[in-house]
Write a protein that binds this ligand. Structure first.
Ligand SMILES: Nc1ncnc2c1ncn2[C@@H]1O[C@H](COP(=O)(O)OP(=O)(O)OP(=O)(O)O)[C@@H](O)[C@H]1O
Ligand SMILES: [Mg+2]
Length: 364
């Protein structure tokens, strides 16, 4: 797969800009506030239907405009594939090869993408929701059905919560809660299985990478913890019983207290939580290892590497980790888009673009 072209119209600070990309490394250089992150965001949005920065499309619109349009071209097995995303009057429209597509989820996963920025440190520093999101985003790219399961699960816990809020005053019956519990268990088990499975495969891929990054001195380990259990069998088998045990407490506190929406992925360094004990540099190595492991997993499953988007990452890494990452990219010939400011030019190889006030021109 090769990403060959993007056309941005009224997206963020781009009025009407077309850029051609090449295999290998594509470097976008520019001062602060010129539009480097905005291109990366546009590409990510085109491929996933979501921005990683904001929840509302409204903020992606160029100021005082009412519609934006993104158009991308890809080469898949020598065939040109086009993808369009059009936002107008608060509605999203997606086209693949000029044909309207009802749901982007039908497309997500055709062209895989991995995005990496300094904000990814929240995977370590942030709460469990960040780590669940990391797992779910990866699973969604590999198994498109995962998003539908997550949506249905969230709807079920929302309904159960609503029931719990007025349970005593309205004289609801236990059997009404049981209906939701059954759904939550059925959908929740699928989510739990997917997340355990991914954790194991990520662990296998990330452990040797981290060992390399730390010159075999330190050990990364990731452990998925579901319903307070570390074993997938226990979590799956005991889910209904654990849920029943919580019922009285749930009615009393008027909220759902157990389920995979409260699970956590522990990221451990030498058997201790990275969040509490790892240094800044070690935390960056943990995230870098997990991101590179993600790339490997996609290659194993899809037979080729995904498109890699690196926003501002190199300036955050020390020389050793930077060299490790650039060697990885160059030796595997992953198509990569990297942004950096003039101040931290590191890469010698690749196609170079200058980004200036919402305009981009090729320089090398
Ligand atoms: N909706 C929008 N419409 C128009 N301009 C916008 C919009 N959203 C952001 N901008 C502007 O786009 C400019 C470029 O932002 P961007 O985040 O891409 O910069 P950058 O080149 O990545 O800078 P840095 O090196 O600081 O990360 C900013 O000046 C910002 O004010
Ligand atoms: Mg930026």
């Amino acid at each position: 797969m090769m990403f060959s072209k993007i056309h941005l119209q009224n997206f963020r600070n781009y009025e009407n800009e077309m850029i051609q990309f090449f295999p290998g490394t594509n470097i976008l250089i520019g001062d602060n506030g010129q539009g480097k992150t905005n291109i990366i965001e546009g590409i990510y949005y085109l491929l996933t239907g979501k921005s990683y920065r904001v929840h509302r499309e409204q903020e992606l619109l160029r100021w005082n405009q009412s519609e934006f349009h993104l158009y991308g071209e890809f080469l898949i097995n020598q065939h040109k594939v086009s993808l369009e995303s059009h936002y107008k009057d608060k509605k999203k429209m997606v086209k693949i090869n000029q044909v309207s597509c009802q749901r982007l989820s039908d497309f997500v996963g055709t062209i895989n993408v991995i995005f990496f920025s300094p904000d990814d440190l929240v995977m370590i520093k942030g709460g469990p929701a960040e780590r669940r999101r990391f797992l779910d985003l990866h699973i969604a790219q590999m198994r498109p059905g995962h998003v539908a399961i997550l949506n249905a699960y969230n709807k079920a816990i929302h309904q159960k919560n609503a029931l719990l809020k007025s349970f005593s005053e309205r004289n609801y019956k236990y059997s009404q809660i049981q209906i939701w519990n059954n759904q939550i268990v059925e959908l929740g088990r699928k989510i739990i299985l997917n997340r355990f499975d991914l954790t194991k495969r990520l662990q296998d891929a990330a452990e040797p990478i981290y060992a390399n990054l730390s010159s075999n001195k330190e050990k990364l380990q990731i452990v998925y913890n579901s319903l307070g259990k570390r074993s997938v069998e226990e979590a799956i088998n005991e889910f209904p019983e654990l849920m029943n045990d919580k019922l009285e407490q749930e009615i009393e506190r008027q909220m759902i207290l157990i389920g995979p929406h409260r699970d956590d992925l522990q990221i451990l360094l030498n058997n201790r939580p990275g969040r509490l004990y790892a240094s800044q540099g070690q935390q960056r190595s943990l995230v870098l290892s997990l991101k590179l492991a993600e790339l490997e997993l996609i290659r194993q499953e899809k037979g080729e590497y995904p498109l890699l988007l690196l926003d501002d990452v190199l300036s955050e890494l020390d020389r050793f980790r930077r060299d490790y990452l650039t060697r990885f990219i160059e030796s595997s010939s992953i198509q990569t888009l990297i942004t950096m400011t003039n101040a931290d030019k590191h890469l010698e190889l690749g196609t170079l673009y200058i980004v200036e006030q919402g305009h981009i021109r090729r320089d090398r």
